[in-house]
Design a protein around this ligand. Structure first.
Ligand code: B16
Ligand code: MG
Length: 217
């Protein structure tokens, strides 16, 4: 029996950082005179920082120089990081810790597969960094989801074949990336939106540990 790699997305799966991304993007949008709503924010989930700014500028029909864009990207990230200062283990989404603990108990492997360039400090602050055997984040990949690069790299680092990898994702692009990589995709969130996933759970509290056990056997 070969070991399995359980690959977790970060935002929307382990922690809800979307609310902080929203506040930081909204502040910038306001300064630029662009209306930016929670509905717009949904479209930024799992999307890289650079691409997110392009989407927001397009909403306001603003064409900007690279210099301005770089300045706004730095400003947004500084605002975002200010919301993370007090982050601790209480921000881990319900049901995640028991799943991480169970996977470790069963001597299986755990990786992170996130678009965020702030993934490491978030794992550190929430105290779950030691669970991870490999971390692949926005600093390591050049192709964003739905390109499978982030998950392929994680499986490679763990020396696990793609068929033996299981991906937990809350974004449509992430589910598509997992499917393209021939990995088992598990949608966390709205099953209607994530209908391309092989399995679906509203959140980790709806996931029985028997589900994880069955994937290992
Ligand atoms: P950063 P994930 C993604 O994280 C977020 O969902 C997305 O909203 C964000 O723009 C992206 O990370 C980049 O984050 O600005 O921290 O580099 O869902 O892939 O874990
Ligand atoms: Mg996500």
């Amino acid at each position: 029996m070969s070991r399995k790699a359980f690959i977790f997305d970060l935002d929307g799966v382990i922690v809800d950082t979307a609310k902080y991304h929203f506040l930081a993007w909204q502040k910038l949008a306001q300064e630029l005179g662009i209306e930016f709503t929670p509905e717009h924010n949904e479209e930024l989930k799992g999307v890289s920082r650079v691409r997110s700014l392009d989407i927001i500028l397009a909403l306001g029909h603003i064409e900007a120089s690279q210099e301005d864009k770089n300045k706004w990207l730095i400003q947004k990230n500084e605002d975002y990081l200010s919301y993370l200062v007090d982050m601790d283990e209480s921000e881990i989404l319900p049901g995640v810790l028991p799943v991480l603990e169970f996977i470790k108990e069963k001597k299986q492997l755990i990786a992170l597969g996130s678009a965020s360039k702030n993934a490491r400090p978030i794992l550190e602050k929430t105290g779950i960094l030691p669970f991870f055997d490999a971390i692949v984040d926005g600093n390591d990949v050049s192709n964003a989801k739905p390109d499978p690069e982030v998950f392929l790299r994680a499986a490679q680092l763990l020396h696990v074949s793609n068929e033996n990898a299981i991906v937990f994702e809350d974004s449509v692009a992430g589910i598509q990336a997992a499917n393209t990589a021939n990995m088992i995709s598990v949608g966390i969130g709205d099953a209607t939106i994530l209908h391309e996933a092989k399995y679906n759970f509203k959140d980790f509290t709806f996931m029985d540990l028997a589900f994880i056990e069955a994937l290992i056997d």
